[in-house]
Each structure stands twice: as C-alpha cells, then as structure tokens.
Design a binder for this molecule. Structure first.
Ligand code: GUN
Ligand code: ZN
Length: 445
C-alpha cells in the first residue's frame, strides 16, 4: 500500500460492497466466518485521480462533494474485479470442442488453432477480443498463456497496458511434441524470453511469467533453461500445467523416468518457488502437496475445464490442509466460461462430488483477495482497501423473476451470496472498472 498522500477523490460508485479482510475457514457457511467477510450495503466507494481507492462511506450519512463524478448503482453488488489465475488468450475459438480428453483435445483442436497465431495481426486481433471479453465477464487481472510466438506475448502486454489491466504472462515454451509452426528451440526461446522480460517485466501493470506449457512439450534442456532464468531473476513468475489428466500423468512418467512425480519434474528443474502457478493439480499425492506448501507455489483450480474435459476432481480441502493456496481460474478454452462465477459454481459441484462443501466465501475469496495474495498482488488489488487500485465490478443481484425470487427468500448473507454465485453469470455484470476507469458497461444498464 502506498504511504504517499492519497490523490483527491474524483469519482464515487454507490452499491452494496463485498470483500474479504482475511481467509475464510473451510466449510463455515455462517454470515461472517471469523470476521473475514466485509459486507457494506449501500456504501460509496471513493476513487482518486490516480485510480486508487481513497475510502468507503455509508450512503445514509455521506454525500459526495459537488464535482465528484457519481455512478449510482444502488441495489447492486460491487466486488473487487476477479483474478483469473490461468487462462489461454488464443483459445476462445476452441471453447466447447466436442468429444475428447486432454491429449486428444490438444492435438485435434488446440494446437491446430494456436498455429494461426504465428500471424501477428491475427494474434493482435484475437488478443483484443480476449481482453475485452475478460472485462465483460468481470475479470480485471489474469495470468495468461498466449502462444509459442513472441508476437502473441507482445500483443498481450500491449493490449493489457492499453486497458490498464494487471496481467501476468509470457511466451509459451514448447520445443517438442507439437506440430510444425508451434515449436521453438531452446536457444530461440531463451532469446525471445529475455527480450520480452527486459521490455515488459515490471512495466506498468505487466509481469513476466516463464510459461512452460507442460512437461511433455519441453525437453529437459528447455526446462533447465527456464530454471536458469528463474534463478537469475527471482521476481519472475512461472506458470505451467501439472497432473491434470491420468493419461498425461502416465506419459510424463515415461518421459521423465527419474522424477519422483510429475510435480518433481518442475521441482528438479528449479521451477518451483513462491511465484509458481500450477494449473489443475488433480492427480497430486500428499508428498506433492507438502512440497507445494514448502515451496510457496500454489494451484490454479480450473473447475469448468476439469469437468468438461473429464479430467478429475480437485482435492481443494486436502490442498488447504496441506498448507498451499488455491486460486480460481477459467482455463478457457478447456474451461467453458470466462466468468469466474460460473467457475465458482462448478467448483462447488466438484467439491460436492467428493462429499465436501465449498462455501461462497471460500470460492469468492479465491476469485478475489485469495487469488491476488497467491499471486503476490495483495498490496495492489483484490480488496476494497484504501490505497489499492480501483479494479472493481458491479453486478446485479438478479436479472429475472426466478433469481429475484430466490434472492427474496434467502435467509442471511451467506445464503443470499451463495444463491447469487450459483445462479448469476456475466449477464448480471453491469460495469467493470480498471484502475478507476470504467472499461466495460452493459449496454442495457
Ligand atoms: N496442458 C497443456 N496445454 C494445455 C492447455 O492448453 N489446456 C489445458 N487445459 N491443459 C493443457
Ligand atoms: Zn490451461
């Protein structure tokens, strides 16, 4: 948080404000577990000229001064913008592809589609569509995989910067087991990565992630190169996939017979550290979870993807008990929605299938403050704390007679928010703000 004096308040948004001040306990569906939930109905969120939150005031007793731009969303819900910790910018065209599990899905649909991003103009157009779609689904921060092509990472950073969005991303590393036009080499990948790091890491709201697609598409030499870059610059992120699908896990065991586990392939290469974001983590064992906790790395849980591709059920409670964080992610195009509410609802289902209960608090915390903290961005975003960036989204509690009726009968805050999380989607989104600028507004508000 900044210690310099706050910029003067220039605009104010009126709504029901919801955020988290601590991590809610697993399974506690009370209205405010351990004081972690902060619900402030009918308040003004005040925003400074620098795009940061300057304060919060109750609408009953406060009137914004003349000259302050007002956005009156009374009766709506305002949350921090969602943090999507794992999503693929080129995969909008492969969403909802029929009939395959992971490895065939990659070979039949995803790799062929990603080869088209060799064309920089195509990559730029696809990236613009993708970033605008994130905003139209309530997401203001994302950890993104573009493609193997350097220009696709350029397009991501430039597009995010033009919108003021916080992004983490990097050119995808893949030098084997992929079609022509979608492979790099160790030397080229190293050159491209270093150049992109020098120009984009820490510029504006962009951070670079060494982006190993997954162990099967990188040679041991490429993993070692990525590990060396990680050691040389500890502020870099690392993102990859791990233990998503059983056939994939068997293949990794064949490719890396010396590794204790799939996770150990990355660990052995020096790629497990507090800024490592590992997607899926379904088929991990207790030793892997302990190692994740000890390393400070965390898992990006991708529930709509895991259900759609038939990958398996993520053991969120075991992860939490082992002491590593879990963030929430869409994994589009394996995932079927960019909207983290749809993914939160799917996450509830994934837990229900294992006899567990995911509260709205645990899910929405993972989509906001929890995701921000897991990505070491808690000082910048994820709550409505003064000094943080005004990255926020305003939602309707209901848009039709059915969910309105469900809201009307809800007893207590958890029931109300849980019903909202489960029934709402991006059609409930009224507006999205990034660094204090309105970047999306529903045309029918
Ligand atoms: N594993 C390697 N690449 C991918 C990808 O693009 N999507 C998913 N879901 N898993 C992967
Ligand atoms: Zn993915």
């Amino acid at each position: 948080m900044t210690s310099s004096p706050a910029a003067p308040t220039v605009r104010a948004i009126r709504a029901d404000l919801l955020d988290f001040t601590a991590t809610p306990a697993w399974g506690d569906a009370s209205d405010n577990p351990g004081g972690s939930v902060r619900f402030r109905p009918d308040h003004w969120l005040l925003i400074g000229a620098d795009g940061r939150i300057t304060g919060v005031q109750a609408a009953a007793t406060f009137e914004p001064a003349p000259g302050i731009e007002r956005h009156d969303h009374r009766g709506r819900l305002l949350l921090p913008g969602f943090v999507d910790s794992h999503v693929h910018s080129p995969q909008v065209p492969v969403m909802a592809s029929y009939g395959t599990e992971l490895l065939d899905w990659l070979n039949n649909y995803t790799f062929p589609s990603e080869t088209a991003w060799a064309d920089a103009g195509h990559a730029t157009r696809g990236t613009e569509l993708f970033l605008d779609a994130l905003l139209a689904h309530g997401t203001t921060t994302a950890a993104v995989y573009p493609t193997v092509h350097k220009a696709s990472a350029e397009a991501l950073f430039a597009g995010a910067q033009a919108r003021g969005m916080r992004v983490i991303g990097g050119k995808v590393l893949m030098d084997r087991h992929a079609p022509d036009g979608l492979r790099d080499t160790v030397a080229q990948a190293e050159r491209d990565s270093i150049d992109l790091i020098q120009r984009w890491h820490g510029r504006g709201r962009c951070s670079y992630a060494l982006t190993v697609r997954f162990a099967p598409t990188s040679t041991p030499e490429q993993l070692a190169m990525a590990g060396a870059l990680a050691r040389a610059e500890p502020t870099l992120y690392m993102q990859t996939h791990v233990a998503e699908n059983r056939d994939e896990v068997r293949w990794v065991a064949e490719l890396f017979p010396q590794a204790r586990s799939y996770l150990a392939v990355y660990d052995d290469a020096g790629l497990l550290h507090p800024r490592s974001v590992l997607a899926h983590g379904i088929w991990l064992d207790a030793d892997d979870r302990a190692r994740l906790a000890a390393s400070g790395a965390h898992v990006a849980h991708c529930p709509t993807s895991n259900l759609f591709l038939g990958s398996g059920l993520y053991a969120w409670r075991a992860a939490s008990a082992a002491g590593h964080a879990t963030s929430l992610a869409s994994d589009v195009g394996g995932g079927t929605s960019l909207n983290l509410l749809r993914n939160a609802a799917a996450a509830y289902t994934v837990q229900a299938l294992q006899g567990q209960r995911l509260t709205a608090w645990v899910a929405l915390h993972a989509a906001t403050r929890g995701g921000a903290e897991a990505l070491h961005l808690g000082h910048e975003l994820g709550t409505l704390e003064p000094g943080l960036m005004a990255d926020v989204a305003v939602w309707d509690w209901s848009t039709g007679s059915l969910d309105a009726e469900r809201q009307r009968v809800a007893r207590g805050l958890h029931e109300r928010v849980f019903a909202w999380m489960t029934l709402a989607d991006e059609r409930h989104l009224a507006a999205t703000w990034v660094a204090g600028q309105e970047r999306y507004r529903r045309s029918t508000t």
